[in-house]
Design a protein around this ligand. Structure first.
Ligand code: ADP
Ligand code: SF4
Ligand code: MG
Length: 315
């Protein structure tokens, strides 16, 4: 057994609202072990970001969070954030300070976490920029964020995240704002860093292609809940949850006929303010029966872990 790093247990996030609580995350659990890459997928609003922000203690004050977050066997504390566990987000522009040179921003993180300063911090910042394959790294140190492309800015964010040698990197849609070629380069970079540093990575995305490329394990979320989880090889070839299956079918494939039908998932993802009764996927599910509308399906272990009354079995 590999060492458990981040253990999220029965995590729920609720926001009080006049018409009843908004249930952003419901009973989410994740046990991340050293060196593995876990992909979290699901449509927009599924609760992916909320689950991870809650785990890192980064939600607004009025959020009601329940559940347990542990790191290395002890309760997770804020001091671990940015040191043991680093995060990068979708839009590097909003996370970088516009009026501060790139080198200074990396150095700030080094000063804060490692107490490096002056020449040592600059030298280390340069080394980090080279590690994230920023071209012309020396010159970049003195540039401002707006002088860089989106892909370069994301590399800078990754450099800042790596500054304190984290054991876990959480990447929330790190490539969503980038064009396809740059996306592929950033993913290759993350995969390489994971391998070289033995770092565990959690990558959140709505793109199953991303998961197929970098993750060992996938978690599928729907309506704030985990509906299926398993090894990439199992889940992406023969998913058992009807939602995972629909998600997979909605992904364009390289071998699709060009004039073939595009499968989209009919209907809309549920609002966390008004989750359907029973299985939240029932209004959109082709396998739904009476029990699905009345009784919530618990996550059950199997070839993949699945929360469904009528999982798709192997053909
Ligand atoms: N501050 C908030 N107040 C009320 N609801 C929120 C708040 N932040 C997020 N939510 C709700 O939580 C749900 C899950 O959001 P999120 O985790 O960002 O989804 P994802 O990352 O999967 O796209 C959303 O439907 C959103 O409306
Ligand atoms: S529990 Fe029922 S409605 Fe939900 S995914 Fe399974 S078959 Fe579909
Ligand atoms: Mg999100």
């Amino acid at each position: 057994m590999k060492e458990s790093l981040l253990e999220i247990d029965h995590l729920s996030v609720r926001y009080p609202a006049p018409g009843g609580d908004i249930a952003a995350v419901n009973d989410f659990s994740l046990n991340l072990v050293a060196g593995e890459c876990v992909g979290i997928v699901g449509e927009s609003g599924a609760g992916k970001s909320q689950a991870l922000l809650a785990a890192m203690g980064l939600l607004p004050r009025h959020a009601r969070v329940a559940g347990s977050i542990r790191y290395g066997g002890a309760p997770f504390t804020r001091e671990l954030r940015g040191r043991r566990v680093a995060m990068i987000f979708q839009d590097p522009m909003t996370s970088l300070t516009p009026h501060l040179r790139v080198g200074a921003q990396i150095a700030e993180s080094l000063t804060h976490h490692l107490r490096l300063s002056g020449a040592a911090a600059r030298a280390r910042a340069l080394e980090l920029l080279r590690q994230v394959q920023v071209t012309d790294a020396e010159r970049r140190l003195d540039q401002y964020p707006h002088e860089l492309s989106g892909g370069m800015r994301q590399r800078v964010m990754i450099a800042i995240a790596l500054a304190c040698n984290p054991e876990v990197l959480i990447a929330d849609e790190p490539t969503t704002a980038l064009d396809v070629t740059v996306q592929a380069q950033i993913l290759a970079l993350l995969a390489g860093l994971k391998r070289e540093r033995g770092m565990a990575v959690v990558i959140v995305t709505h793109d199953l292609g991303v998961v197929a490329g970098v993750a060992d394990r996938v978690l599928v979320m729907y309506g704030g809940r985990l509906v299926e989880s398993g090894a990439v090889a199992d889940l992406l070839t023969t998913p058992r949850h009807p939602y995972s299956r629909a998600l997979l079918r909605s992904m364009p494939r390289i071998d699709d006929p060009l004039d073939g039908p595009l499968h989209t998932i009919a209907g809309q993802p549920p609002s966390p303010a008004r989750l359907p009764t029973g299985c939240a996927f029932h209004p959109r599910c082709e396998r739904a029966s009476d029990v699905c509308r009345s009784r919530f399906p618990a996550l059950a272990a199997g070839r993949t872990d699945v929360a469904c009354h009528h999982p798709v079995e192997d053909a």
